[in-house]
Write a protein that binds this ligand. Structure first.
Ligand SMILES: C[S@@+](CC[C@H](N)C(=O)[O-])C[C@H]1O[C@@H](n2cnc3c(N)ncnc32)[C@H](O)[C@@H]1O
Length: 274
């Protein structure tokens, strides 16, 4: 299990909280943070280290074609198109989720390598899907999955719906509004697998995200959570999380030595029995 350093100086956290309230998205606007994500005009704004991340991740590459971002994942699965390709409209106007963040690319890549058998007969739900990359990759990978739900706040739903159509995944990947902390819509079934990429960045949302993770899961749910460590205050998220979940780092991902250099970690959460 991961050990958390709880010796956070209170003064630092108080200052972080104040700055967060003044500008909730300040961590995502930091110039160095923007390096390596895919910008709204469809171009990678890559620093040396992050372009390395995006191009050296095993079995993954991306290109820009006709204004669309195209991700290709190579793999060994005979039943799945090779390479597994996802085309994405990216658009920063509805918010940070309209861009393709490295954690989402890493989680998608991990699931592709894990293979279709793992997802057979499962309901899969992604939280904070943004463009939908992770859930769309699951939709292509897992013909035998029961269903995949990509979820986010209302402003992101149009871009998610466009990306479902673009990849011809209607009927297999469902788009739904799910605001963390709110009750779970009745038409979303209890998932067997929950996915979340880069959802820890805004402190007021921490308890809401923990509540939704808890509402959606049982001790049998598989939860994969890929996040970038941005600041000391993120530890407060894990302090909230530990009341309902334990976790362990995912160690069997070949890309881990590369993305861990960028402070990105993938963990699997386990719901504690009540
Ligand atoms: C940094 S983006 C990551 C998007 C995507 N997972 C990726 O990796 O590219 C964070 C996502 O969380 C979503 N989000 C933030 N607060 C939320 C909330 N309270 N309820 C639902 N989604 C939320 C945002 O809309 C955004 O799509």
């Amino acid at each position: 299990m991961l050990e958390l350093d709880l010796n956070i100086p209170c003064g630092d956290v108080a200052l972080e909280e104040k700055l967060d309230l003044d500008d909730p998205l300040r961590h995502l606007k930091d110039d160095s943070e923007l390096e390596g994500i895919i910008a709204s005009e469809g171009l990678a704004r890559a620093s040396q280290s992050m372009s390395e991340l995006l191009t050296v991740l095993p079995q993954q590459s991306h290109s820009v074609e006709d204004g669309l971002l195209k991700f290709s994942f190579t793999h060994e699965w005979e039943s799945v198109p090779r390479p597994l390709s996802i085309s994405l409209v990216v658009d920063a106007s509805p918010g940070c989720g309209g861009l393709a963040w490295p954690a989402g690319q890493i989680l998608a890549s991990y699931l592709v390598q894990k293979g279709p058998e793992y997802l057979q007969d499962k309901n899969v739900l992604e939280l904070g899907s943004g463009t939908g990359l992770v859930g769309l990759a699951v939709g292509v990978l897992a013909m035998e999955a029961r269903g995949t739900w990509i979820t986010d706040q209302a402003p992101l739903l149009p871009i998610m719906t466009r990306n479902v159509c673009l990849n011809r995944l209607e009927g297999r990947v469902h788009v739904a509004e799910l605001n963390w902390g709110s009750s779970i819509p009745e038409d979303i079934p209890l998932p067997d697998v929950i996915l979340a990429a880069d959802c820890v960045y805004f402190e007021p949302a921490f308890p809401l995200l923990v509540k939704t993770l808890s509402d959606l899961s049982t001790s049998k749910t598989d939860i994969f959570f890929c996040y970038k460590k941005r600041r000391k205050a993120d530890k407060r998220f894990f302090n909230m999380l530990r009341k309902h979940f334990s976790w362990k780092e995912v160690l069997d991902d070949p890309g881990r030595p590369i993305y861990s250099r960028e402070a990105i970690t993938m963990i699997q959460l386990f719901k504690l029995k009540a």
